[in-house]
Structures are given as structure tokens and as C-alpha cells.
Design a binder for this molecule. Structure first.
Ligand code: UGA
Ligand code: MN
Length: 313
């Protein structure tokens, strides 16, 4: 008690009050309790603010409709670099499932490790191109069996949200993902760097679709690039036969046609009503396969390990 008393009298300061030999005056103790009250209130307010700043944020992340990103990939020296670049783009996007589908008969552990390291939720599947298309000397339907496998997965596992075909070699501004998340049927937007034309885009006049701008129209109803459209999962599931044809140059058109009936007034135009470019059809220079490592010369060095990480065709 003595200690407390001493402490309190110290608290009351050196300008000791004239009242009752060291006891606090009523005014002083009111001041003290007020100070404690204000401090406690401040602490509670700060804690509440912290709580607010976290809780509703987390809740809004959860209620966002899911995005299903279907990415065809295939074995080649650039494969892990492409997947790493795309993966870290997707890592900025909430509530997303990345469907990575390889044109192969078996999965590759190197791809699996790369996806694990990136840390985006993913499913890694295989869907080989049918032999008859592999043999052809003409253009191949690249990534078609992969994308159809992705559609099959969605028909089995997805109920809501939006699907998007993101080739592993393209470039994406993450704002397009937040825009496509809320579409009701089909959405389209411009894609940069497609042929000499520079861009592939729906043509919009007075808020309405009046045509398509693309270097090659080729009699297509939907002359759009793979990177330039998204489809709602509910809408896809209302079209049980919708799929992508094994028809080089007509993959996008064939798939979009298979979503019929679809009126052009039902298509939503994103990226500031197609006045902005948020996706690019980029292409990586092809690299020759790495030569075999001289295992005798580099025995017991790190190169023995690194060599295991190289994707050779
Ligand atoms: C792209 C589209 O992917 C084609 O489907 C489309 O027909 C073409 O544009 C077009 O619009 O003309 P491109 O960029 O030239 O084709 O092709 P790639 O990037 O080589 O392949 C497309 C996707 O399929 C990539 O994600 C790639 O990893 C994958 N792919 C490619 C395979 O799964 N297997 C292959 O043998 C080649
Ligand atoms: Mn490409």
C-alpha cells in the first residue's frame, strides 16, 4: 500500500497540492481517470480499426466469383520460364484456379515443381494432341486438346465464375481479370501485337458492336484472338456441346460459335469499352535444345544438378 501511495503521490507531481498531505485532489484523480479512459478508448479504437481493415477485406476476397484460367502448355526449352512469368502475374489475382494442361502423355515433375514454387492454386493435367494432327505437315491445332480438357474439368467441377484461355506465352495486365470476373455471358476486349495490324479488337460505335478489326478475317463470325475473350461458367454449362474445334486459325471462332445462341448485344466489351489494351499476344523466341552436359568433366559440381532442371524436347 505504501508503495502505491508513494507512486500516486509521485504521479500527482511535484507541485504537491495543499489538500490532505500528499492525497490527490478530486480534480487530479478525475484527470487521472480521464487520462486512463481516453488511453483505453484509443487502444480499443486502434484495435477495432485493425479488425475492420482485415475482416471485410478477407470477406470480399472470398465472395468474389472464381476465375478459371485454362493454360495450354507443352514441352520445350522455354516452358518453365513462360509458366513462371505467367504464374507470378496470376499470383496477383484473388480466387483463381489455374488449370495448366500439358500437351503430353504424362506430367513432368519439373513443371509440377515450378507450379508448387509459384504458389498459385492449380490443377496440372495432360491432354495430348491426337496423333493425326501431330503428323500433319500443315498448321497444327495448337493447344486445342488442352483447352477442351479444361472445359471438361469445368463441366465436372465448376458451378460459377468465369473461364479464360491464357496461353502460356502471352502477356496480361491483371486489371483484365477483375473486369472479366463479373461478366454474365461472354466478354471481349482488344489484344495487342497481333500481326502487322498491331491489334485485334471488336469495333465499337456508339456503344454497339459494328465489326471486328483483325489482320485476318478469314470468313470468321468472331475474328478474335484467344487472349481477347472470356466466358461465364454458368453460360458454358448451359451449352453442353460447346467445345473448341481442331481447326487451325478457327479455334476461337469455332468455340464461340459453339456457344450459340449468343446475340451480339449480349457480348460485354471490357477494357474501357475496347478503348484500352490490357492483353498482348506475345511470342518468345524459340531456343535450341540445350546440348548434353559433359558429365565426366563436370562430375561432382552443381552443373549435375542444374542439368536436371533443363527441359529438353
Ligand atoms: C495462338 C492460339 O493458341 C492458337 O490456338 C490460335 O489458332 C492462334 O493463336 C491464332 O489465333 O492464329 P500461337 O500463339 O501462334 O497461337 O501458338 P502457341 O503460342 O505456339 O500455342 C498456343 C498455346 O498452345 C500455347 O499455350 C502453347 O503452350 C500451346 N501448345 C502449342 C501446345 O499445347 N502444343 C503445341 O504443340 C504447341
Ligand atoms: Mn502464342
Amino acid at each position: 500500500m505504501k508503495g502505491t501511495y508513494t507512486h500516486l503521490s509521485m504521479y500527482s507531481g511535484s507541485s504537491a497540492s495543499g489538500h490532505g498531505g500528499g492525497k490527490m485532489s478530486l480534480g487530479k484523480s478525475i484527470k487521472m481517470y480521464l487520462t486512463i479512459f481516453v488511453l483505453t478508448t484509443c487502444i480499443y479504437m486502434a484495435l477495432y480499426q485493425y479488425h475492420l481493415s482485415r475482416e471485410p477485406f478477407a470477406a470480399s476476397e472470398v465472395v468474389k466469383p472464381p476465375l478459371y484460367i485454362i493454360t495450354p502448355t507443352y514441352r520445350r526449352p522455354e516452358q518453365l520460364a513462360e509458366l513462371t512469368r505467367l504464374g507470378y502475374t496470376l499470383k496477383h489475382v484473388a480466387n483463381l484456379l489455374w488449370l495448366v494442361i500439358e500437351d503430353a502423355n504424362a506430367t513432368n515433375p519439373l513443371v509440377g515443381h515450378t507450379l508448387d514454387r509459384i504458389g498459385v492454386p492449380y490443377e496440372y493435367m495432360v491432354a495430348p494432341m491426337p496423333e493425326k494432327y501431330k503428323q500433319t505437315k500443315r498448321a497444327k491445332p495448337r493447344g486445342v486438346s488442352n483447352r477442351n480438357r479444361g472445359l471438361e474439368y469445368l463441366r465436372q467441377h465448376a458451378t460459377e465464375g468465369v473461364l479464360y484461355f491464357a496461353d502460356d506465352d502471352n502477356t496480361y495486365d491483371i486489371s483484365i481479370f477483375e473486369q472479366m470476373r463479373y461478366i454474365s455471358k461472354v466478354a471481349m476486349w482488344p489484344v495487342g501485337l497481333v500481326t502487322k495490324t498491331g491489334v485485334s479488337s471488336p469495333i465499337i460505335k456508339n456503344g454497339k458492336l459494328v465489326g471486328y478489326y483483325d489482320g485476318w478475317i478469314g470468313g470468321r463470325k468472331y475474328p478474335v484472338d484467344m487472349a481477347g475473350f472470356a466466358v461465364s461458367v454458368k453460360f458454358l454449362k448451359e451449352r453442353p456441346d460447346a467445345q473448341m474445334p481442331f481447326k487451325p486459325g478457327y479455334e476461337e471462332d469455332g468455340f464461340l460459335r459453339s456457344l450459340a445462341p449468343l446475340d451480339s448485344t449480349e457480348i460485354e466489351f471490357l477494357a474501357d469499352e475496347c478503348r484500352d489494351i490490357l492483353t498482348w499476344h506475345t511470342q518468345t523466341k524459340k531456343n535450341a535444345p540445350a546440348q548434353a552436359l559433359n558429365r565426366t568433366h563436370y562430375k561432382d559440381t552443381n552443373l549435375e544438378h542444374i542439368d536436371q532442371l533443363l527441359v529438353r524436347p
